[in-house]
Write a protein that binds this ligand. Structure first.
Ligand code: PHE
Length: 345
């Protein structure tokens, strides 16, 4: 039998929406659990539960490695396939999310994630104070994606220095898989710096944005297996499967998508192939670092930016530790997270 490692998981049929609302609180060892609210389609609500369990555990590691005094949690609303939410239904879902968070009495606070926006956070904020990233006019720090993109850029600099000795990404070949709110911003930062970009998205209307960046538009499959310096997964999770890893031609992988490895074996396979993989929860911490620095610690935007850019040092240290000790960066990150979690007890 596998062991439950989560402090608590609250699963409710939303009183307003009738949809399954899942809040997983993985750990509050370092402080209040934080993690975004994912509003997404699932074939079965149990798939949403599995996502909430995995993503909340990753948030614990994300906060610990980023040096935040917070634990990890996640909200998932499992919308059945084929169901589209109209405005009234969306409101009902957000009320249900807010009531579920309120029932946890401060153990967990949410923020935006795939499928939710800062405006949604303001709606949640009408019923519970435990919510980050409301729009500025509602007293929050707003959209977290620019900070997530900036943090990923910082991680990419550290990787590039490890590969080629320089932190500037001008002339580096990168493949960005997914042009969502973070992926597109990141691609823009990379293009501005003069990187040579391949980009892709399952939504072909994103091609116009690619053209505007001067990037090369390819299919998601081509982007994934392209011969580049760094592969940047920026779409939904699970892209690195045991089937895909043998076909990869990149030297390293670092990107903001959550849960990139579909299985642990896929991670071992990456290591055996000599492909450097920066754990997603390390590269994607910029959003939560920015929100918490501003909203919890009352930092200035400049201080928040500095903390987000410090992800470059974190990744540099992890890559160095992994190199010295002949372990993977993922193992080095897990050990760092564990040290911080044990130190807090
Ligand atoms: N959803 C993002 C994450 O999981 C951003 C976030 C910001 C989450 C603030 C919670 C609070 O990291």
């Amino acid at each position: 039998m596998s062991t439950l490692r989560h402090e608590q998981v609250l699963i409710r049929t939303g009183a307003h929406s009738g949809l399954p609302v899942i809040v997983a609180v993985h750990s509050t060892t370092l402080g209040q659990a934080v993690g975004g609210c994912r509003l997404w389609h699932y074939a079965d609500w149990r798939d949403g539960l599995a996502d909430a369990l995995r993503l909340s555990a990753a948030m614990t590691a994300k906060c610990a490695v980023a040096g935040l005094a917070n634990g990890g949690g996640k909200t998932v609303v499992a919308v059945p396939q084929g169901v589209e939410l109209d405005a009234a239904m969306r409101r009902a879902v957000l009320d249900d999310v807010a009531d579920t968070i309120a029932a946890l009495d401060g153990a967990y606070a949410t923020g935006p994630d795939v499928g939710t926006t800062p405006e949604d956070m303001a709606v949640i904020g009408e019923r519970t104070p435990h919510v980050f990233c409301k729009p500025a006019q509602h007293g929050g720090s707003g959209d977290s994606s620019p900070a997530t993109a900036l943090g990923t850029l910082a991680a990419l600099r550290a990787v590039h220095r490890r590969l080629h000795g320089t932190r500037t990404l001008a002339g580096a070949r990168l493949s960005v898989v997914g042009l969502g709110s973070v992926g597109l911003r990141l691609a823009r930062l990379l293009a501005d710096e003069g990187a040579e970009l391949l980009v892709s998205d399952i939504d072909t209307t994103k091609r116009a944005a690619s053209d505007e960046l001067g990037a090369t538009w390819v299919s998601p499959e081509q982007a994934l297996t392209a011969d580049v310096d760094i592969l940047v997964p920026a779409a939904l999770g699970g892209v690195l499967t045991e089937e895909v890893v043998p076909r990869l031609r990149c030297a390293a992988i670092a990107g903001p998508a959550n849960n990139q490895l579909s299985t642990e074996a896929a991670g071992d396979l990456l290591h055996r192939r000599g492909i450097v993989w920066v754990p997603d929860y390390v590269a994607s911490a910029g959003g939560v670092v920015n929100a918490l620095t501003i909203e919890l610690h009352k930092g200035t935007p400049d201080e928040a930016r500095e903390r987000v850019e410090a992800i470059e040092h974190t990744v540099t240290d992890l890559l160095a530790t992994a190199g010295h000790r002949h372990i993977t960066p993922a193992q080095a990150a897990t050990e760092l997270a564990q040290r911080r979690l044990i130190g807090a007890e």
